[in-house]
Structure formats: structure tokens, C-alpha cells
Design a protein around this ligand. Sequence first.
Ligand SMILES: Cc1cc2nc3c(=O)[nH]c(=O)nc-3n(C[C@H](O)[C@H](O)[C@H](O)COP(=O)(O)OP(=O)(O)OC[C@H]3O[C@@H](n4cnc5c(N)ncnc54)[C@H](O)[C@@H]3O)c2cc1C
Length: 401
Amino acid sequence: MNGDAVILGAGQGGLTAAVTLRERGWVGAIHLVGEENRAPYQRPPLSKGYLSGVESEHDLLLRSLESLERDQIATHLGVAASALDTVRQRVVLSNGTELAYNALIFATGSAPRRLSLAGSELSGIHSVRTVQDSDTLRKDLERGGDTVFIGGGFLNLEIAAEASKHGRVTILEVAPQILGRVLSRESAEALADFHSGLGIEIRCGVEIAGITGDRGRVSAVELQDGTAIPASRVVVSIGAEPRDELAREAGIMTAGGIEVDMHLRSSDPRIFAIGDCARYPSPFAECEMRVESVQNATDQARYVAGLLTGGPESGYRAVPWFWSTQGERRLQIAGIAMPGDAARVVERGDGGKLVVERVRDGRVSAVETINAPGAHMRARRALAAFPDQAASSPPREHVQS
Ligand SMILES: Cc1cc2nc3c(=O)[nH]c(=O)nc-3n(C[C@H](O)[C@H](O)[C@H](O)COP(=O)(O)OP(=O)(O)OC[C@H]3O[C@@H](n4cnc5c(N)ncnc54)[C@H](O)[C@@H]3O)c2cc1C
């Protein structure tokens, strides 16, 4: 395919797609459209080093606008794509600009799922997706007091480690364990122990009745059993929703994300979707899924850029991997475990080190490591053969560190 490329979303995936297209010799125009009015930046530090003040706004930058200009990538920042005409192959932006495309890539990401509880409209309720969200939360944390977290997922655990430096922290989780859908009980317990050591209280299996306030600002979170937990602020992370609304309105197939095939192509052959907004058939999960990780966004971006510039026709099958830094603990996951996959602890060591294999149909489907980067890298290499490998675990030396 050749001609002009339009990329919607100037985040991790969109930026990588634009730059890779140019690197691989795309000769036509490349338009990168982003509704946030800033140069493309990375999000992981927003709940880690940037929130704590160790990293600056400059450290977040993925590429400067000058370098994009040098690569002849036209940026349209601070404007949203507001309409898509798939017949005329045109995108309309919120400032009225119309962009014609031969290839269109959706890299519109996801947005935090909103609370629908009594009191959700009070001030002092945070969720972190953008630089501004992280700035607002940092300022609020610096005021001290009690922070209550709703949801025991990766983001909240990362932020909680930072919040514990400023005051009392409570994490509320509806499920019987934190990180229940994505992590083995063994790894989740190791992280829960670490957070308890920071003085954080984790309460699982709770039902939240609502948030109460005082003069418009949050003051407590109430549980169904009548307990009221004092809160100077509440941080909510209860999952994310794909930004697939524009695709849906344009008649492209969506189902909890923009549906794409193994080549990341949507129901319209000129339109692709990558990153958080894409629902794709993963050979690692044996089903269609959305994955929210930097690796997923960047590898899918490179894959589509490769496909558009005459790359290999085989389907997308990069090994999924993920990391989450929670205080002194660095969790890394290689592969994708399904909730029913068995877990076996391969190694426990000093400094919180833990290696857990997840096993499906007699094969290692994923490896979870805490403070064991060597084991993580070996697992990634071993998993590259998944799911075509013979029904056996990777040799033990692949997962020991
Ligand atoms: C706080 C935080 C911490 C994280 N930490 C980690 C981590 O430790 N490890 C990890 O692997 N992953 C982490 N992630 C996840 C990772 O950042 C995302 O998976 C990744 O950014 C996805 O890239 P993307 O390009 O799909 O979406 P994004 O990077 O979110 O970019 C999408 C962009 O599209 C824009 N957009 C949406 N609709 C439109 C429209 N109609 N017109 C124009 N622009 C539009 C959005 O505003 C956004 O700027 C974290 C995420 C967050 C929020």
C-alpha cells in the first residue's frame, strides 16, 4: 500500500507507527493526530517516577516536535479526530481540517473506567491517565492525610507505594485478592506482603456503598457493612475502556475494542488498529483480547508499519511482556496467563525475588518474576516459540536466575 497515512492518537503506539513508517521508507505524507496538546509522551512514569518527582516532564518525551518535523511527519496536536468517512477515505478533525488517507491507523488508546457510585462527582477523586492527572494527584498527595484506593490493580499499587510516603493508605478491592485476573495467587501475595510492609492496608472482598463528602470534597469511603474509611482523597483505578467510539460511529466492527484480524486490520481493509484500542486474536491467549502495555502498543505499531511498507505477510505474534514498578519491587510478566492456568513457584530469593511459571495444557504460558530481570529475559526468549512448541515447559535453565 502507498499514498498518505493518517494515524489517530499521538501516544506510544501512534508515535511509533509514524516514526517506523518513515524509517521503513513510506514516501507519502504521514499525519499524526493527537487530542492532547503536547508532544508524544510515555505514560508509565505518571504512576511512578514522574509522580514521585524523580523524573521530569522532559523525561516523559518520546520524540520532540522538531525531530518529527525533520522526518516530515505532520503533527496535528490539541485536535481530535471527530468524524471518519470510510467511503471517501477522509478524517475530519475538530478544527475543521480534512485529511485524506490511503492507510489509516487507530492508536487512540483507552480511558479510565469511571465510578458509578454515590459521591463520584465529589472533588478529590483521582484517576491517572495524563500528565495533568499525575500533576494534580502529586499536589494533592503533598497535602498529606489519608488516601483510599478503589481497585487493587497495577496502577493503584504503583501509586499507593508513592502515596504511603505522604500519609495513611488503604486499598479496597472487590475481588478476594489483588491483581486476581492477571497474576497468580503466589505473585499477588508477595506484592501484597510488600505493600503491607510499607504500612498499606489492603482490604479484599469488600463492597463499596459510596463516597461521602464535606463541602463538595471527598471525606470518606463507605462500605456496605457500614464501615466509613476516612479519605482526604480517593484514587480510582477499576480498569480502562478502549477509545473505539469514532471507529464504531464510522461503521467499523468493534466489540470492547476495535476488532482486527491477525494482521491488525479492521473490518475495513484500509484501516488498522493498534495498542490499547485494538482487540486482536492473540496466539498466546488462544482468544481475542485487548492488551494494555507499552510492548503491545510499540510492537503492534512496528508490525503495521512493516506491513504497509511491504514487510512479511505472516500474522502478528510478538511475545507479550509487561512490567510494573511498585516501590522496591519490579514485577515483570512474559507471556499471557489465562485465569485458569496453574502456577508453580520456581524460585524464591532474597530482596523479594520470585519466579512463578504459569502452565496451560502442560506448557508454560507465562512467567511472572519479581526482582528477577534475568529470569524474565530468558522467559521471553523461551516463549518466542509459544504456542508452536512441543507440549512441554521451557528447559529449566530458561527460568532460573
Ligand atoms: C499511569 C499509567 C502507567 C502505566 N504503566 C505501565 C507500565 O508500567 N508498563 C506498561 O507496559 N504499560 C503501562 N501503562 C500502559 C501503557 O502506557 C499503554 O498501554 C500505552 O500507552 C498504550 O499506547 P496507545 O498508543 O495504545 O495509547 P496511548 O499512549 O494512551 O495514546 C492514545 C492517544 O490517543 C489520543 N486520542 C484518543 N482519541 C482520539 C481522537 N479521536 N483524536 C485524536 N487523538 C485521540 C489520546 O488522547 C491519547 O493521547 C501505563 C498506563 C498508564 C495510564
